[in-house]
Design a protein around this ligand. Structure first.
Ligand SMILES: NC(=O)c1ccc[n+]([C@@H]2O[C@H](COP(=O)([O-])OP(=O)(O)OC[C@H]3O[C@@H](n4cnc5c(N)ncnc54)[C@H](O)[C@@H]3O)[C@@H](O)[C@H]2O)c1
Length: 425
């Protein structure tokens, strides 16, 4: 098939590379000329494991092309996939301006019986708005469908190839058949439903996962006050098959490019519909407030942040990505700056991104330099590199603040250091 993927961000590049790897002709389209030039040379402008190799293979075969031309790409495509960003608007709802702009641009070049698939995370009902825009430009038969994306950054290629499920929100038989064909080489259940349900499934999945994080954080806070230990509690509840031991991440709260904005969107919609007090609204408040509360608490335990040599390890929002959207570091570093801590920052991959945010922060060249003579080390992200820190480099009596459960308290204390974690005393 010949397909166009609009938006060469995290989702768009992964989808482009994966669909091209199956022999489809894929146009990755973006309005950002710098990005398109870099991708055309085989350079992916962010870090994602396996992605650059996959892009390179199809570029050299010639069936993956990056372009800024809607005419070139869309006029040859049977399927056009919209994968542009959908950030939060000021009131928390999803801002659809990029989806609408992309639709305006693609509509004039659509061919008879093209599928326009919305992969961006959008509220149920967005298809009608997209259809309206398209109908202003063409009377060709076009099917607007929903193809929500469930990949996780850091394991995005593998998640796409080995998806748990492929959700197709479509009602026309010819479109469903074609989309099933397109996804044929991918693993996972096929789940076909109406577009509104597909779009709600995406929000519900993210809201549910964010809720597990919020829930376990609340239990972790109670553990700290009652002498329980959160990791023991996770074992205690997790062997119950209804609950499971997976996906429990006590820490500083959820971040990243999706959970915060998707919870905010559902919360804003609930509010608009008159439901001010539901769990989504509350979750958003709890998560927003969490980092300063925990940092105040740590600050009290270490005798104040002022003048302390603090090393911050992990600046991206999770391991194996350079993405810093809603990363904990974005709240932690300004907090520490305000408290006049002396900060050293380090991340295995996201340092260039961080330098755009804090050009004059002190960055360590490697993890050992970050540890040298640190009075406090705060681990924000569970990069593999942080699993075996040479803690002996820290100042004697220093504090390891482990927000990712990477260290055992006793073994840290046996090295003349003090340990602070989440959900443990
Ligand atoms: N990042 C993830 O992990 C993830 C996972 C699942 C779903 N999603 C959803 O997928 C969508 C895309 O997310 P992302 O992280 O890839 O976004 P991103 O910000 O990394 O990329 C979006 C791209 O769209 C481009 N763009 C904007 N307007 C355009 C236009 N009119 N025409 C062409 N290109 C345009 C931008 O230049 C940018 O390169 C969002 O709705 C997001 O919620 C993201």
């Amino acid at each position: 098939m010949t397909i166009t993927i609009i938006g060469t961000g995290f989702v768009g590049v992964v989808s482009s590379a994966v669909f091209a790897s199956f022999g489809n002709v894929v146009y990755g389209l973006d309005v950002d000329e710098v990005k398109v030039r870099s991708l055309s040379e085989g350079k992916v402008p962010f870090f994602e494991p396996e992605l650059e190799e996959l892009v390179g293979k199809s570029l050299s075969k010639g069936n993956l092309r990056f372009t800024t031309s809607y005419e070139e790409a869309v006029s040859q495509s049977e399927i056009v996939i919209i994968a542009v960003g959908t950030p939060s608007a000021a009131d928390g709802t999803a801002d659809l301006k990029y989806v609408k702009a992309a639709t305006e641009s693609l509509a004039p070049y659509l061919q008879e019986k093209t599928i326009v698939a919305i992969k961006s995370t959008v509220p149920p009902g967005t298809n009608r708005q997209v259809e309206e825009i398209i109908s202003k430009h063409t009377d060709k038969e076009v099917s607007v469908v929903s193809l929500p994306e469930f990949l996780r950054e850091g394991v995005a290629v593998s998640d796409t190839l080995h998806a748990d499920r492929v959700v197709i929100g479509a009602t026309q038989e010819w479109a469903i058949e074609k989309l099933l064909d397109l996804h044929e080489p991918l693993d996972g259940e096929r789940v076909v439903m109406r577009p509104e349900s597909a779009q709600m499934s995406k929000y519900a999945a993210n809201a549910y996962l964010a809720m597990r994080i919020t829930f376990i954080n609340q239990i972790a806070d109670l553990c700290e006050k009652t002498g329980a230990d959160i990791l023991e509690v996770i074992d205690g509840i997790g062997f119950d098959k209804r609950i499971g031991r997976h996906y429990w991440y006590p820490g500083l709260g959820y971040g990243g490019s999706c959970f915060p904005k998707d919870v905010k969107e559902l919360a804003a919609v609930s509010k608009k519909l008159g439901d001010e007090n539901n769990i989504l609204v509350l979750m958003d408040h709890i998560n927003e407030a969490r980092i300063p509360v925990k940092l105040n608490d740590f600050g009290e335990k270490i005798g104040g942040w002022e003048g302390k040599q603090v090393s911050v390890l992990g600046l991206s929002f999770k391991p194996n990505t350079t993405d810093m959207r809603e990363a904990p570091s974005l709240k932690v570093i300004p907090y520490l700056q305000e408290k006049n801590a002396i900060i050293k920052a380090y991340d295995p991959k996201a340092m260039d991104e961080a330098k755009k945010v804090w050009p004059s922060l002190f960055y360590a060249n490697d993890v050992n330099e970050a540890l040298d003579q640190a009075e406090v080390v705060i681990v924000l992200v569970e990069w593999d590199e942080f699993a075996n820190l040479d803690l002996g480099r820290m100042k004697d009596g220093g504090w390891l603040i482990d927000t990712r459960q990477m260290y055992d308290k006793k073994s840290v204390e046996s090295q003349q250091l003090q340990y602070l974690g989440i959900g443990t005393v």
